[in-house]
Design a protein around this ligand. Structure first.
Ligand code: ATP
Length: 354
């Protein structure tokens, strides 16, 4: 995708790794989750046992992978990384599980997309540190029990609602990551700029923070784009002016909406008269997968008061019409959500995405 989304593009992974916090103390904001994790890890380390399995949920780019790596680093353990869609057969998962060393962390990203047979294998591994590997087919098939060393599973999901009950119940600690406030992203940007050796002014950082959709990955990515601009067309310092100019070039608007976000709102308003319209129809209208629209665009658009999910479909709020420079159509009171004129403190800590 060309737009500045929360998905990580190939080739940008190294850039992300450079600024990725390695320890809990370096992890910015999310104080509640940090505190809870700190207790969980220290308690387990004190007892000399692996901590309970951990589930991290929240939209892309808020720090789930980072936290999984931090858990392993704090425990001084090894980490194996895989993802739900990568585990096609339960045998693949059995091979990973039986090769874990005592105390290892197994990180499964997008755990809600794991195939059913593999999920069932995971249940016994999580609970009893044992897996039954089935050899052969039909009546001659036999289950061979194999031991798994005590380990900690860290699962990450952008769709915790899709996890089955039995899976969710096997996690001893569940953390939901919230969008970040502008102040938090400001801190994060100063930290990243220091690591990257990029001079940045206070107002330059605040400008980027305000357009980062509450998401660290986007903040870091915008910083790299503004750095390019500052180095090529300025004196190398990220200032308010270079930030504004660069973000204009990259089509990131004052609220941080990118091309896809605006395409979604524009389709809603122009093609469907503001909705309601179903997710799949909306996704076709913008040429994207429904999952991308639902997981990448919508959480922010809903939180910003620009889009509402109703039982009859997606609806553009009055604030969305106004943001696109259109007059909202007159409607009977209560017929269409008004949203909110996006406030200046869009990301203040008390305005959390429900
Ligand atoms: N609290 C934080 N403090 C500092 N940097 C952070 C924080 N959270 C995330 N980041 C940075 O944001 C980037 C994205 O984080 P990460 O890859 O952990 O997100 P994610 O939630 O796992 O996303 P996805 O669901 O797409 O895998 C990382 O490069 C990391 O450096």
């Amino acid at each position: 995708m060309s737009e500045i989304s929360a998905f990580v593009a190939e080739g940008e992974q190294d850039a992300e790794a450079t600024v990725r916090p390695k320890r809990l103390a370096e992890f910015i904001a999310q104080h509640r989750v940090r505190d809870q994790l700190d207790l969980l890890l220290k308690g387990a380390m004190g007892r000399g046992t692996p901590p309970d399995h951990i589930l991290l949920s929240g939209p892309p780019g808020l720090g789930k992978t980072t936290l999984a790596n931090i858990v392993a680093a704090e425990l001084g353990s090894g980490i194996r990384v895989t993802s739900g869609p990568a585990i096609e057969r339960s045998g693949d998962l059995a091979a990973i599980l039986t090769s874990l060393a005592v105390g290892d962390v197994l990180f499964i990203d997008e755990i809600h997309r794991i195939a059913k047979p593999a999920e069932e294998l995971l249940y016994s591994a999580m609970e009893d540190f044992r897996v039954d590997v089935v050899v052969g087919k039909g009546p001659g098939a036999t289950a061979i029990p194999l031991d798994v060393e005590p380990f900690t599973l860290v699962g990450a999901t952008t769709r915790s609602g899709l996890l089955t009950g039995p899976m969710r119940d096997r996690f001893g600690f569940v953390a939901h990551l919230d969008f970040y406030s502008v102040e938090d992203l400001d801190l994060l940007l100063h930290r990243s700029a220091r690591i990257l050796g990029v001079p940045i002014t206070e107002d330059g950082a605040t400008e980027i923070a305000g357009r980062s959709r509450g998401t660290p990955r986007i903040a870091n990515r915008l910083l790299r784009r503004v750095r390019d601009y500052a180095e090529v067309r300025g004196d190398g310092t990220v200032t308010l002016e270079t930030a504004r100019e660069a973000l204009r070039v990259y089509d990131v608007d004052a609220l941080g909406l990118d091309r896809l976000d605006r395409a979604v709102l524009t389709a809603l308003v122009d093609s469907f008269k503001g909705g309601p319209v179903g997710l799949s129809t909306l996704a076709v209208a913008v040429g994207e997968q429904p999952d991308t629209v639902e997981e990448v665009c919508e959480p922010f658009l809903v939180r910003a008061g620009l889009l509402a999910r109703t039982p009859r479909g997606r609806v553009a709020t009055d604030a969305a019409w106004l943001h696109l420079g259109r007059n909202p159509p007159a409607a009977p009171a209560g017929a269409r959500p008004t949203g909110q004129n996006p406030p200046a403190d869009l990301f203040s800590a008390d305005r959390r995405f429900p």
